[in-house]
Ligand binder design. Structure first.
Ligand code: 48F
Length: 256
């Protein structure tokens, strides 16, 4: 018989989790949302030597990857982004029109595994409710347990970072928190709506327009379209992966 008791199991979890939580209260970069763009950014930023915390509201990180298109769990990646699948050890099959397919579940798992094993801290079941601002710069985010957020009158806690990346997809939660205070007035991120479907244009848009929206607030992935009014694009993922890479390069440069 192994010599442990019930309480020791709980103590092991509580001890390790709170070390992880305490360590992530101050990061170089907070990434809000663990979809494809956020996970690629997390991996690259961690590889660049930065301390990265990913905050994800759902139980399962991976965002919109898991279900492919209408629950058919295959996704499409263009030729020019396939090197990223290779980097993450995700297998793919070449098809017509320079489009590759990959298993959606393998992609979600592959991105999560690499990002976490590279050293990014993943806090799932945590919802970012708001942004912290000081002297005209974003300094962190306001976070609550997902089960509590919006359901119970319990105050959130704050996490600080040198840069915050909004990778929340269609919701662009962090950009919206800044926008609703009227702080994006007079910029092209003021009052835009995500555009209708145009896959090719949308894919280019999320890469080209990824960037800093407000001092120390960066936007990647589908949040780029929600922020600047770019077209939506459905279950094609090359742009998301490339957008995550691009934002990682820009954020790493800005913090050095
Ligand atoms: O939506 P999501 O996968 O974002 P993405 O990286 O990729 C978009 C594609 O999945 C897909 C597409 C376009 O048609 O190709 O839509 O831009 O992942 C966003 C993640 O952010 C989490 C959410 O649960 C998801 O996992 N998220 C959203 N709001 C919050 C959040 C929040 N307030 N706090 C924490 N996480």
């Amino acid at each position: 018989m192994d010599g442990f008791n019930n309480t020791q199991i709980s103590a092991a979890i509580v001890g390790e989790y709170y070390k992880k939580l305490t360590g992530s209260l101050q990061s170089d970069v907070i990434i809000v949302g663990a979809g494809p763009s956020g996970l690629v950014a997390a991996y690259d930023l961690t590889k660049a030597g930065l301390k990265v915390t990913i905050i994800e509201k759902r139980l399962s990180p991976g965002g919109g990857i898991w279900g492919g298109g209408i629950g058919m769990n295959e996704i499409v990646v263009q030729d020019h982004a396939v090197a990223i699948l290779d980097e993450f050890g995700v297998r793919h099959k070449p098809g017509e029109n320079a489009l590759h397919t990959a298993d959606a579940v393998e992609l979600a798992c592959g991105l999560c595994l690499k990002a976490i094993q590279a050293g990014a801290v993943m806090l799932n079941l945590m919802t970012v409710e708001d942004v912290c601002l000081s002297e005209g710069e974003v300094t962190g985010v306001v976070v609550n347990r997902s089960m509590i957020s919006g359901a119970l009158p319990v105050d959130p806690i704050m996490f600080s970072a040198g840069a915050v990346i909004d990778a929340t997809g269609h919701e662009a939660v962090i950009v919206e928190a800044v926008r609703r205070r009227g702080l994006l007035k007079g910029t092209d991120a003021d009052g835009r709506l995500e555009g209708p479907m145009d896959a090719a244009a949308g894919e280019a848009f999320v890469v080209e327009r990824a960037g800093e929206v407000y001092p120390r607030l960066w936007v990647t992935g589908m949040s780029v379209c929600a922020t600047f009014g770019g077209p939506r694009m459905g279950p094609i993922f090359g742009g998301m992966l490339l957008s995550g890479k691009r934002i990682a390069e820009m954020v790493a440069k800005s913090l050095k």
